[in-house]
Design a protein around this ligand. Structure first.
Ligand SMILES: *Cc1c(COP(=O)(O)O)cnc(C)c1O
Length: 349
């Protein structure tokens, strides 16, 4: 069993969190003279003069129904990036502890660790972009607190092998964070269904990709009650603003729209993968379980540049280890994908 008391940074065990006015009195009715808000109204119209719910209970109740995870095992952050940052702050002592990341992978784990002066150990994925659990467990030392696993992985687009993730969860005594930003596009089930099996598991999801709400900044972490309590204790008190809370609450009642968009993106993904293979200089299109594709070619930087000249912007990942020669391409609309393919076919190298 993962015992949070031996993993959390010791000074946080007895930390007294900021107690907001909305923590101390949680009733809805009353004459509110407790938070120094503007009692008259909001400049610009609308009712935004009151501080929002610090724990976003309404969203969590709805999300709990949809995801089948109890509300006290859900944390909401200002983007997944806030959850990443708080996990590092909760478990890692600056200049002492380390995290393990599995390149090629999402850049924020490293940046967040660097900001907090936390060492980062890198264990490359295999040539076919899968986990190497033995190598990862070999890299673990007494100061390794977190392992970040991105599944499906960004920028390689594939899903990792489930039993290799399970091995990490079983054999690593610290926290395994599974970043499922792209899980809606994947054929694999979410690990959020398995929180009761693994007390050291954190699953992150986001409203930025399948839900199409990147601009709102809302990320989710699912974990044990103990881990979620720590995140709640150290987060900025009102980390999710009211506009976001209201909008997402409404969006959650239209979850089938998300499913429809995902279905369309998956169709477009299939078309794009097939047509990329028709571009003469493209050597390989990697298997994808996400809303983007990784394509390999001999002169990626020239292709990237020519695309930019034609106002088509993709992500050059060719300088990333194990992604040599690769551009990362987000699946667009049918029309955008056609423009990309036509432009690519017109590039003479
Ligand atoms: C896009 C992405 C996210 C989303 O981050 P937000 O801060 O929620 O927008 C998280 N993880 C990965 C791997 C991503 O690619």
């Amino acid at each position: 069993m993962f015992d949070i008391k031996s993993w959390i940074r010791p000074h946080l065990l007895n930390l007294k969190p900021y107690s907001s006015a909305r923590d101390e009195y949680t009733g809805k009715e009353g004459v509110f003279l407790d938070a120094n808000e503007n009692s008259i109204g909001s400049v610009g119209g609308g009712e935004y003069n009151r501080y929002p719910d610090p724990y976003q209970y309404a969203i969590k109740a709805k999300l709990s129904e949809i995801k089948g995870v109890p509300t006290n095992q859900i944390f909401l952050g200002n983007g997944s990036d806030e959850a990443i940052d708080l996990l590092i702050r909760a478990f890692c002592e600056p200049k002492e502890d380390n995290i393990i990341i599995l390149p090629p992978t999402y850049g924020m784990y490293q940046v967040s660790a660097n900001i907090h002066a936390i060492k980062v150990k890198e264990v490359l994925l295999s040539e076919d972009y899968d986990l190497r659990p033995e190598a990862i467990l070999d890299a673990v030392d007494n100061h390794t607190k977190l392992i970040f696993v991105c599944n499906p992985n960004n920028p390689t687009a594939n899903s990792l092998t489930i039993n290799k993730i399970e091995k990490l969860l079983h054999d690593f005594k610290g926290v395994v964070v599974i970043d499922e930003a792209y899980i809606d596009f994947s054929s694999q089930p979410s690990f959020s269904k398995r929180l009761s099996e693994f007390s050291n598991l954190v699953v992150m999801q986001t409203f930025s990709k399948a839900w199409g709400l990147a601009a709102l900044r809302l990320g989710i972490a699912f974990a044990s009650v103990e881990i979620i309590s720590v995140l709640n204790k150290i987060k900025p008190p009102y980390n999710i603003n009211l506009l976001t809370q209201k909008f997402v609450l409404e969006a959650l009642t239209h979850a089938s729209d998300k499913d429809k968009m995902v279905a369309e993106i998956l169709e477009n993904r299939k078309w794009l993968a097939e047509n990329l293979l028709q571009v003469p200089y493209i050597q390989k299109v990697y298997p994808t379980d996400a809303n983007f594709l990784l394509a390999k070619m001999p002169k990626p930087k020239e292709v990237y540049q020519k695309l930019v000249e034609n106002f088509v912007i993709v992500r050059d990942r060719s300088s990333v280890r194990l992604c040599e020669g690769c551009l990362r391409i987000t699946v667009g609309t049918k029309q955008e994908n056609q423009i990309l393919i036509e432009t690519m076919k017109n590039i003479k190298l």
